[in-house]
Design a binder for this molecule. Structure first.
Ligand code: IPM
Ligand code: MN
Length: 356
């Protein structure tokens, strides 16, 4: 009997539903070819639902989602909803409640995709950022006192426990070992200024590395220097591990070097629970319903989803399809300039996965 995976699909806002539809199409093609099944349950969390009901996310959402094997998310962000409400109320809340403590973001330049980095190609741009996803500035306490007065004070603290740091580092070392490419893990920190938090990270990094991963080479870069080298010498990197805020920032830089938001995908992982995969770009509301948005990022999120479920053959087939489509079909990664519609790109990928 073939295996059936329970997948929660959250198409979300703006162009989210359009790109999610194509990602599902490609996932279904992989399922048919490699002998597994997907049982999809759609949830309408997002801006429209919030505007209609006044509720950002039902309290039962995390428990409901926990019943699934994985979650595929389209995009969150609605032009009529104040920035922050949906991001915090849906995306961040789910990350925290489901304890998806890793944000895995591959920075991989596919053939045929234009990069703003001069003289760099797919050989040079191929690394993975492991962003801590449960702590740091995102969950540190804070507040504002004397708001609106000249004496107003705002505090938002970067807080990390050894436990949070350690589980993230262990994931990153394991991932580097499994990837087995250059066997190099780089810690991205700021030990010259954030002398408490990144001191903890650095000590844990070397202790764990020395004790349990002696064959993995350990590099260290300050976050500002990391940005510089990601542009100048991306080939230095194999796997980068960092805290939540730095990870957020450097992965947007990474994304633009791999062709931008049309292609960059990420996974919010709970290695012991349920993980959520998403294109890392926003909901691009101005393109909604036009069938011009690039679905590749959502498709790559689907590829990561399969890989995490252990359907590695299906995942590899999707990756080959992406290479085929970027390398020999699409004119550009940008919305409206692909030379194909959103749906046509999905069809090309699904056909390739089905038949090669
Ligand atoms: C990301 C996004 C989110 C983040 C926002 C939308 C809350 O930028 O996934 O990188 O800051 O983590
Ligand atoms: Mn971000």
């Amino acid at each position: 009997m073939s295996k059936t995976y329970q997948i929660a699909v959250l198409p979300g806002d703006g162009t989210g539903p359009e790109v999610t539809r194509e990602a599902v199409k490609v996932l279904e093609a992989a399922a048919a070819r490699y002998g597994f099944k997907l049982a999809l349950t759609e949830y309408d969390f997002g801006g429209d639902r919030y505007l209609k009901t006044g509720e950002v996310l039902p309290d039962s959402a995390a428990d409901e989602l926990r019943k699934h094997d994985a979650i595929l998310l389209g995009a969150i962000g609605h032009p009529d909803v104040k920035p922050g409400i949906l991001e915090k109320g849906i995306l961040l809340r789910l990350r925290f409640e489901l304890d998806q403590y890793i944000n895995l973001r591959p920075v991989k330049l596919f053939p045929g995709v234009e990069t703003p980095l001069k003289d760099k190609g797919p050989e040079q741009i191929d690394y993975v950022v492991v962003r801590e996803n449960s702590g740091g500035l995102y969950t540190g306490t804070g507040g504002i006192s004397m708001k609106g007065t000249p004496h107003e004070v705002a505090v938002q603290s970067m807080v990390y426990s050894r436990h949070q740091v350690e589980r993230c580092l262990r994931f990153a070392f394991d991932y580097t070992r499994k990837r087995n490419k250059r066997n190099t893990l780089a810690l991205c920190g700021k030990t010259n200024v954030l002398t408490y938090v990144y001191d903890l990270w650095e000590r844990a990094f070397h202790e764990i590395g020395q004790a349990d991963y002696p064959e993995i080479r350990r590099d260290y870069y300050h976050v500002d220097a990391t940005c510089m080298w990601m542009v100048k010498n991306p080939e230095w990197f194999d796997v980068i591990v960092t805290g939540n805020m730095f990870g957020d920032i450097i992965t947007d830089l990474g994304a633009i070097t791999q062709g931008g938001m049309g292609i960059a995908a990420g996974g919010n992982l709970n290695p012991e629970g349920v993980s959520m995969f998403e294109p890392i770009g926003g909901s691009a509301p101005k393109y909604t319903g036009q069938n011009v948005i690039n679905p590749l990022a959502a498709v790559c999120a689907g590829q990561m989803l399969l890989d995490t479920l252990g359907e590695t053959e299906g995942a590899a087939a999707i990756e080959r399809a992406v290479v085929h489509v970027t390398g020999s079909k699409l004119k550009s990664m940008a919305a409206g300039r692909m030379g194909y519609s959103t749906q046509e790109v999905g069809d090309l990928l699904a056909q390739f996965v089905a038949g090669e």
